[in-house]
Design a binder for this molecule. Structure first.
Ligand code: SF4
Length: 259
């Protein structure tokens, strides 16, 4: 596997950073095996990532600043896995210093000290958002067998709005006949922690002619229409802000910044 183009991928609007490749979470819905990422690769050299980012910065593929490139961590790995956490933290600090909007998506609990360190480097409110991935609550042990216990993951929500950054309930992908079953828990969490939500569609490797293409890292995938995803969006919209992708959140931050 040529990991070079998996560590840093994307384009001028959105850069994808991976501080490792692969994951042992074993989620039934994970797209990594479907795009040929079965192996787990750690010990990534930080210099390799930085060199690629600098190259992109020189040729205009990476643009610094709040109106520049959105930086997304972890499309090809669990970026807060213990084995790569240190590098992820270092790379987050690197991008914070460049003034870009950054988002991470995780199923892990992030410790308070690390949250405090990150927030002390924010150049503006919500420069960093943490998307806590939770496509299922009740059957999480079966569907996401080797991931952090879902109740521990939930503890991340206590940081929401407390440190100058939003922590988002990230319900993606919506799993047919499964995700909707956790609706009561989602409602409770939203109310208790004043959360905004992403409710996103399932990504398919081969979508045929249906659905629209979405680029994740260097990979084109398809989002198909889902009745239950729409239903969940409409239900949750009655109680909070609901987005259908994490990029929409950044777009809203930018709009507010410009007001
Ligand atoms: S935690 Fe994320 S990357 Fe890991 S197996 Fe689950 S869906 Fe895939």
């Amino acid at each position: 596997m040529n990991i070079g183009n998996l560590l840093v991928s994307g384009h001028q609007d959105r850069l994808f950073i991976n501080t490792g490749i692969g994951c042992e979470g074993g989620c039934q819905y994970c797209y990594l095996p479907k795009i040929g990422i079965g192996e787990v690769i750690r010990n990534v050299d930080k210099a390799v990532i930085i060199e690629e980012v600098e190259k992109r910065e020189k040729n205009g593929e990476f643009i610094k600043g709040a109106q520049g490139t959105i930086v997304s961590f972890g499309c090809f790995t669990e970026c807060w896995d213990k084995s790569i956490r240190k590098l992820t933290l270092e790379m987050l600090l690197y991008f914070l210093s460049k003034g870009n909007y950054i988002q991470i998506s995780t199923k892990k609990f992030i410790g308070q000290k690390e949250i405090e360190l990150l927030c002390s480097h924010l150049m503006f409110r919500n420069q960093l958002t943490i998307n806590v991935s939770m496509p299922v609550y009740y059957d999480a042990k079966q569907i996401e067998p080797n991931t952090e216990d879902v109740n521990k993951r939930i503890e991340n929500f206590k940081y929401n709005k407390q440190y100058g950054m939003d922590v988002i309930l990230y319900i993606k992908p919506v799993l047919e006949d499964i995700t909707i079953g956790s609706l009561d828990v989602y409602r409770q969490l939203i109310q208790r922690y004043d959360l905004s939500v992403v409710v996103g569609k399932y990504l398919h490797v081969d979508g045929g002619k249906e659905g629209c293409v979405q680029v994740v890292g260097n990979q084109e995938m398809w989002q198909k229409e889902s009745r239950q995803q729409r239903e969940l969006v409409e239900i949750l919209r009655k109680t909070t802000k609901v987005y259908e992708s994490s990029v929409q959140i950044i777009e809203e931050y930018r709009r507010k910044m410009g007001e």
